[in-house]
Design a protein around this ligand. Structure first.
Ligand SMILES: *[C@@H]1O[C@H](CO)[C@@H](O)[C@H](O)[C@H]1NC(C)=O
Ligand SMILES: *[C@@H]1O[C@H](CO)[C@@H](O)[C@H](O)[C@H]1NC(C)=O
Ligand SMILES: *[C@@H]1O[C@H](CO)[C@@H](O)[C@H](O)[C@H]1NC(C)=O
Ligand SMILES: *[C@@H]1O[C@H](CO)[C@@H](O)[C@H](O)[C@H]1NC(C)=O
Length: 757
């Protein structure tokens, strides 16, 4: 018992002694390691205090050297060299150096900055298994980043900035699941960002700026902790990164190849302080909500292709220090709030089309013309279709095959070749032309209120739309938004953010075609604005990624809610039916619409193959020719009287109140009509739509019948002119109204604004 007690005491003593000796021994071997490091680095000045006898765990930290111990083991080592220091010894060996470092197995934090370290970083660095923070910036490490780093599973911060690392970023880094800071800026890294970065859910800082990275930014929606995303000075693009973090503070995408619109979600990043999108090819409408993000202080969108109209009354965050909008296609006026504090805020607005911007603003036509050439890249990568050109754009909703673009190409060419020399850059903006009724306004005034912006027609100025806007408006072109289908196009109904209901015709392009060329077509479409035409509100180009040629065109039209004129005549229809005088008014609207197509734009648009089903009625029952159904076949130019004949058929249908679809039908009804014209009023009464049989004047009906039959004369030269038609229609409505004033008010259902629907 006694012996055993003694021996256990001895054992205890031995253990104690041993552990005491051990605690002496361990630092001394680590001391040796540090001294070896000193020697391998060629005794740099910053380490001059390191001696054989130095107690490293207790030296005063300096700005360049810090050693931290925990329970006798070195857990942190920071050595920051001087830029002016002489280079490392010639025989410096990177593998030997790293193999020495790994003799500090408790190291959690290692900073080796500006030491002139060079060569390939050996995979043996993974021997530092406790490492949590590694910062080896500002050295001359070269070669690829060793994938062995990925076995440092405790790593939370990895900083490789300002070295000569090249090649691809290893995919394996994504297994560092604790990684919160990953910074590799200023290297020569190429290839694309690893897709797998999308799973680094703890990432707060990702800085890959100033490399040679290409391709798209992987989906980083899962990185919900991301605060800093710095991707500047690469060749990334074209889509705006898919950011899922509401905590984002810094977003720098400058000098890349981004070529998309700013997604709406950016306007919800309430922590965002720094936004730098400069020197890309961003397109689409600049969201003014970025001015008023609650935290924003730095907003640079300079040198892009952003469009949109700014206005003086927009809101902005008072803390904004810098706003750079230069070199875009912005029009309107800078918000007053931006200009309010020039001492504390720099605002750069050069090279836009702003009314109150700095000097070197362009004429407004520059921005609107350029904006038309700007395409939007689809969200999903499109496969290049190598098929041969069929520039096929049918616009027909199934009624008339209409090939707008072909015709427009023709028109555009004709216009260029024509004897009359037309100056190619329009001297007034399309917008101004489009809402000519508005042109007497002060230029600034037109941006001041929504009502004014809407122009004389009550529709917004023509503009480009982003694909995102149209996708949002149609719930991603959902089947519920689908209206109808043609051989090359589909029609969708949608609702914009501001509540405006729109119709979108989606035209597939089968061949690449110069964007320049499309501008002409679009320019013509944008001019089709008239009280009696369905107005085009704008367009959106979708482009192939590889060469930016146009793959689809979306034409955005005002949505005309009350169906076609035929719907309002048919006896079987459940709708209310148009009174006689409303019918004549609708006919006047159609004639005025045709008149505009012929003479209101240059070159005129003739031979429109109009049918009554192409005539739509708006909420005020104003007749509008559905311009998206216009077959603008320029080859038939000059045969404008065929539109007169079509108008005659429409008048005939208005009178009899039913379908007259075949040519044979037309001839039969025409014969009856002519017979009744020369007969008595009872004969005429038998012709007219029973729905209005009790409220029309015979004089008015007779006038309508006459003009209708003259419009359909076989010889086009015998047909009346549009002016003639209009005069007669106006006469018909006058005689009807004067006969009615003594009557009750059969017109009254149509005075109340929108009681149906
Ligand atoms: C430190 O010790 C080594 C031998 O371990 C010796 O060669 C060297 O001269 C010593 N340096 C100093 C500064 O005492
Ligand atoms: C490098 O050369 C120096 C002498 O110039 C020598 O003392 C040192 O051991 C050499 N280091 C290596 C790693 O070969
Ligand atoms: C890396 O370390 C240096 C020296 O301490 C420091 O200046 C730099 O900010 C560090 N890098 C990062 C990204 O923290
Ligand atoms: C990346 O750079 C290396 C050389 O540094 C080169 O061999 C390789 O082809 C480049 N890869 C890409 C995708 O550019």
């Amino acid at each position: 018992m006694g012996t055993s007690f003694r021996s256990s005491t001895l054992l205890l003593l031995l253990v104690l002694t041993n552990s005491f000796c051990h605690s002496e021994l361990q630092p001394s071997s680590e001391t040796q390691t540090l001294l070896t490091i000193q020697s391998l680095l060629g005794y740099p000045d910053v380490l001059s205090s390191w001696k054989n006898k130095t107690d490293f765990c207790n030296i005063e930290p300096t700005s360049s050297v810090t050693v931290v111990c925990y329970e006798g083991s070195i857990t942190q080592l920071h050595i920051i060299g001087e830029k002016s220091a002489p280079p490392l010894p010639r025989n410096f060996s990177t593998p030997l150096f790293v193999n020495t470092l790994v003799k500090l197995p408790s190291l959690k934090v290692l900073t080796l900055v500006s030491l002139g370290l060079r060569g390939q970083l050996p995979g043996s660095i993974s021997g530092l298994t406790s490492l949590e923070i590694l910062n080896i910036s500002t050295n001359f490490f070269q070669g690829v980043i060793p994938q062995e780093i990925s076995s440092l599973t405790n790593l939370q911060t990895l900083i490789l900035d300002d070295n000569l690392f090249h090649g691809r970023i290893p995919d394996e880094l994504s297994s560092l699941s604790l990684l919160a800071v990953l910074s590799m800026k200023k290297n020569l890294l190429n290839g694309s960002m690893p897709e797998s970065f999308g799973i680094l859910e703890n990432l707060r800082v990702l800085d890959l700026s100033r490399n040679k990275l290409t391709g798209s930014v992987p989906n980083i929606r899962r990185l919900t902790n991301l605060q800093v995303l710095q991707l500047g000075d690469n060749s990334l693009g074209p889509q705006f990164p898919q950011i899922g973090s509401k905590k984002i503070i810094t977003l720098v995408l400058r000098r890349n190849k981004f070529h998309s619109a700013i997604p709406d979600e950016v306007s919800s990043f309430n922590q965002l302080q720094t936004i730098d999108l400069s020197f890309n090819k961003f397109v689409g409408r600049f969201p003014p909500s970025l001015f008023s993000l609650p935290s924003v202080t730095y907003l640079n969108i300079g040198e892009n292709r952003f469009t949109g109209i700014l206005s003086v009354d927009m809101a902005c965050n008072a803390a904004l220090k810098l706003v750079d909008l230069s070199g875009n296609l912005l029009s309107g006026s800078l918000p007053n709030c931006l200009l309010s504090d020039p001492k504390n805020r720099v605002v750069i607005s050069a090279n836009n089309c702003l009314a109150n911007g700095e000097r070197s603003q362009h004429a407004i036509s520059f921005c609107s013309t350029e904006a038309l050439a700007v395409g939007i890249i689809p969200h999903h990568q499109k496969k290049r279709q190598a098929s041969k050109m069929v520039l096929a754009l049918s616009v027909s909703g199934g009624i008339i095959g209409v090939i707008i673009i072909v015709a427009l190409v023709f028109l555009a060419l004709r216009r260029v070749r024509g004897t009359r020399i037309v100056k190619s850059p329009p001297d007034r903006s399309m917008k101004e032309k489009a809402s000519a009724g508005n042109s007497n306004l002060h230029p600034d005034a037109r941006y001041t209120s929504r009502a004014m912006k809407l122009g004389a027609l009550g529709v917004p100025a023509y503009r480009t739309y982003s694909l995102k806007e149209l996708e949002d408006a149609t719930n991603n072109f959902d089947t519920s938004a689908f209206i109808n289908d043609g051989p090359y196009s589909q029609m969708y109904k949608g609702q914009l953010k501001d509540g405006m209901v729109i119709a979108i015709r989606c035209l597939k392009m089968k061949k690449s075609h110069s964007t320049q060329r499309f501008m002409h077509h679009i320019e013509l479409i944008s001019k089709l604005r008239n009280q009696n035409l369905v107005s085009a509100l704008g367009h959106c180009f979708e482009c192939y990624l590889d060469d930016s040629s146009v793959s689809r065109i979306f034409l955005v039209f005002e949505y005309v809610p009350h169906g076609t004129l035929r719907d309002w005549l048919s006896v079987r229809s459940n709708r209310k039916r148009l009174t006689w005088s409303r019918r004549i008014s609708a006919a006047i609207g159609v004639a005025k619409g045709i008149q505009f197509l012929h003479t209101g734009i240059v070159p005129g648009v003739f031979t429109n193959n109009l049918k009554i089903t192409d005539i739509l009625l708006d909420q005020n029952l104003v007749a509008k020719i559905g311009s998206h159904n216009l077959p603008i076949i320029a080859q038939n130019m000059g045969k404008e009287k065929s539109d007169i004949k079509d108008l005659g058929v429409i008048l005939l249908e208005i009178i009899v109140g039913r379908n007259i679809s075949t040519q044979n039908d037309v001839e039969i009804v025409m014969d009856q009509l002519q017979a009744s014209l020369t007969a008595d009023s009872a004969a005429r009464k038998s012709m007219i739509d029973p729905a209005v049989r009790n409220a029309y004047s015979d004089e008015s009906l007779k006038t309508m019948m006459e003009i209708s039959s003259r419009c359909m004369l076989k010889n086009p030269a015998d047909r009346p002119s549009l002016e003639d038609v209009l005069w007669n229609l106006r006469f018909a409505v006058q005689v009807q109204d004067s006969s009615q004033s003594s009557d009750a008010s059969p017109d009254s259902p149509f005075r109340t604004s929108v009681p149906w629907h």
